[in-house]
Design a protein around this ligand. Structure first.
Ligand code: C2E
Ligand code: SIN
Ligand code: SIN
Ligand code: FE
Ligand code: FE
Length: 371
């Protein structure tokens, strides 16, 4: 089983500890599940993020369009909390999340929207196997815990958003924006998420890991802002010497990330190692022919292999100053030919077998959309 290194465990692990502590209170012993789902405003998507559940997580890797969840949508806009002391009616109505929770044995739920200064971050869900668990006294006792978890989630996301905002500012004053558009980055991050959510279970990729991978992918080429325009925007093929200079975008990227962490007074950020691995190793190849570190096989972290496949697929199917856009079939053929030698075979397989979702991403983030 592929074990995520300890540094990968962020707020998810703290939630599990807190859940244990909460259950230590006699009146809250039957609180069997705490979960957080995050909201992605660009695609109106609600995505499972972290959970602590007695038993299996019935909604692992689930996403839903918020517009389809009528009552949740209302909570998001009003900030109101919702108590459902009997999940049976919603489950029998066929509501996806409710049905899955019900099938896993949960009978009641308490839902708290995570909202601050007009920004809606997502939902905090509490569940119990008991019908009627969320009586006023219980809800009262849960209040400080709900505050605490909401604050922790917002703090974690704000750090990541600050990093993204800083990179956006840097990019906006550099030529890297002409070479790689916002829509390239949006597509690439979504291909990476598509791959990550469908990776075989033995990789042990959690919803939390997938979310940070998705958030960090657009930063993979941040180092290109340090590459001279004459090279970055050259309309033709690069000379050997020019390509050597281009390769430095990896080291430059790492320097920039580390500088930003220092200058923002951030000693750590959740999943910082995932961000660094994406920047450092997105041009490595399984056979050791990549750059700059010439890592081989398992030496290349899974996030870097996922980012590499997503990046190359989008680079091939996009127009660049130096090349025309390839068709999806041409790009897939190149990936297939190099699967297992250069690219991770599982990642390539997933991309090749999800053409429909790829086309949806391409339609949604077409080249004319700028951020
Ligand atoms: P990029 O344009 O984002 O491309 C990312 C990666 O996609 C490339 O990494 C390569 O692995 C793959 N790729 C892109 N286009 C092609 C292609 O036409 N054929 C094949 N087989 N693979 C392709 P790579 O090669 O390490 O390049 C890194 C970056 O260097 C590129 O990022 C691009 O910004 C720049 N670059 C590479 N070759 C040229 C070139 O001939 N002219 C110019 N102006 N820039 C280049
Ligand atoms: C809703 O609450 O509006 C739908 C959520 C669900 O699928 O349970
Ligand atoms: C979740 O727990 O992730 C969603 C469950 C719900 O809609 O109540
Ligand atoms: Fe790159
Ligand atoms: Fe790229």
């Amino acid at each position: 089983m592929y074990q995520l290194p300890a540094v990968h465990r962020g707020i998810a692990e703290r939630l599990i500890c807190l859940h244990d502590e909460i259950k230590g209170e006699r009146s809250l012993a039957s609180l069997s599940r705490i979960a957080v789902a995050l909201y992605d405003g660009t695609s109106d998507l609600l995505k499972t993020f972290i959970h602590s559940s007695d038993g299996d997580n019935p909604v692992d890797g689930a996403t839903a369009q918020l517009a389809d969840c009528v009552s949740l949508k209302q909570l998001a806009s009003t900030g109101a909390r919702r108590i459902v002391n009997d999940l049976a009616p919603a489950a029998h109505e066929g509501r996806e999340f409710a049905r899955r929770l019900y099938d896993a044995g949960y009978r009641s739920s308490y839902t708290v929207p995570i909202v601050n200064k007009g920004t809606f971050y997502g939902f905090l869900f509490f569940n119990s196997f008991e019908t009627g668990f969320f009586q006023p006294a219980v809800v009262q006792r849960l209040r400080p815990y709900a505050e605490l978890i909401s604050l922790a989630v917002m703090r974690e996301l704000d750090t990541v958003r600050m990093m993204q905002a800083a990179v956006k500012v840097i990019r906006s004053v550099s030529s890297a924006r002409d070479e790689e558009t916002g829509s390239h980055l949006a597509r690439m991050a979504r291909y990476a998420r598509l791959i990550a959510t469908k990776m075989p279970a033995h990789y042990g990729l959690t919803d939390e890991f997938v979310e940070f991978l998705f958030q960090f992918c657009p930063l993979h080429d941040v180092g290109k802002i340090a590459v001279p325009d004459a090279i970055l925007l050259k309309p033709g093929r690069l000379t050997e010497d020019e390509f050597e200079q281009m390769k430095k975008h990896v080291d430059k990227g790492l320097e920039i990330i580390d500088l930003m962490m220092r200058d923002f007074g951030l000693k750590s950020m959740p999943y910082l190692d995932v961000l660094r691995n994406i920047v450092a190793y997105h041009h490595e190849s399984l056979d050791g022919s990549g750059y700059p570190f010439r890592l081989k096989g398992d030496q290349i972290p899974i996030e870097s292999r996922i980012a590499a496949v997503a990046d190359v697929f989008d680079a091939l199917t996009s127009e660049r100053p130096y090349k025309k856009a390839w068709t999806n079939d041409e790009a897939m053929q190149l990936l297939r030919q190099n699967a297992g030698t250069k690219f991770d075979a599982d990642c390539v397989d997933i991309l090749l077998s999800n053409k429909g979702e790829i086309e949806q991403i391409q339609a949604r983030f077409a080249e004319t959309v700028f951020d």
